[in-house]
Design a protein. Structure first.
Length: 246
């Protein structure tokens, strides 16, 4: 029982973080879940939690969602989803963390083209890559972030648009890893009450974070986003390299 209360506390704290920055919380949360639960169960619970939190943010910021490039994003998402479902591909943890950890640092390379979600081609690439990462390993935050760090969207548009796209990706993830659990006969690993519990706690943390965001100006928001992405990237690189050295 204490295990599940600990999971709820982790959901609350990370939802507040994501409510303020629109990033970071989900990446931390999947790590906590993966340490405490079998991987498929961690992915499903993470998906339910993040769908609730991102769904709440989507509603709160619905007027700020950037719609002009959603169509190419959906096209990329559909291609990746169909590919992953057909292949059943799941990356091993070490490879996944190395890739995700390296992605935030790519934007620091001198001649690296700056990715911008407001450009149709970049939005298509975003849907393709982000959905692939989310459905093979359950996390895509750092990858999504690089498409928004150099846009001209304000902080409310960034959070609204990212929350909407992430909500859709997490729904796909629930279906994908839920099928994995069903085939393995491991549905009973999670008590039924934990699902509404994480959704309600996640919504509460998101609302708190939304209030805190109003006290953060644009310059501090951009700086906090950049450092958050790089810090999480460093942690994931270390986690990916660790098993290789051991």
């Amino acid at each position: 029982m204490w295990l599940f209360f600990g999971l709820l506390l982790a959901v609350l704290l990370t939802s507040i973080l994501s409510g303020v920055l629109g990033m970071g919380g989900g990446m931390i949360l999947i790590g906590v879940f993966a340490m405490l639960l079998p991987v498929p169960a961690a992915m499903v619970l993470h998906g339910v939690t993040q769908t609730g939190a991102n769904g709440t943010r989507t509603w709160l910021f619905r007027q700020h969602i950037y719609r002009p490039t959603l169509a190419p994003f959906f096209a990329g998402m559909a291609i990746s989803a169909a590919t992953v479902i057909a292949s059943g591909l799941v990356l091993d943890k070490s490879t996944l963390f190395l890739v995700l950890g390296a992605i935030p640092f790519l934007n620091l390379l001198p001649k690296m083209p700056q990715l911008d979600f407001t450009r149709p081609g970049h939005a298509f690439l975003c849907g393709l890559c982000v959905t692939f990462a989310q459905m093979t390993a359950g996390v895509s935050g750092p990858l999504l972030d690089v498409f928004f760090l150099d846009t001209k969207l304000d902080r409310f548009q960034v959070i609204g648009t990212k929350s909407f796209t992430q909500m859709l990706g997490h729904l796909l993830k629930i279906g994908y890893f839920g099928a994995v659990m069903w085939r393995a006969g491991s549905e009973a690993e999670l008590p039924i009450w934990i699902f509404p519990g994480v959704v309600l706690v996640g919504m509460t943390g998101t609302i708190i974070g939304r209030k805190l965001l109003e006290f953060l100006n644009e310059a501090r928001f951009r700086q906090a986003c950049s450092w958050t992405v790089l810090t999480i990237g460093g942690v994931y690189l270390a986690r990916g390299i660790g098993p290789l050295l051991g």
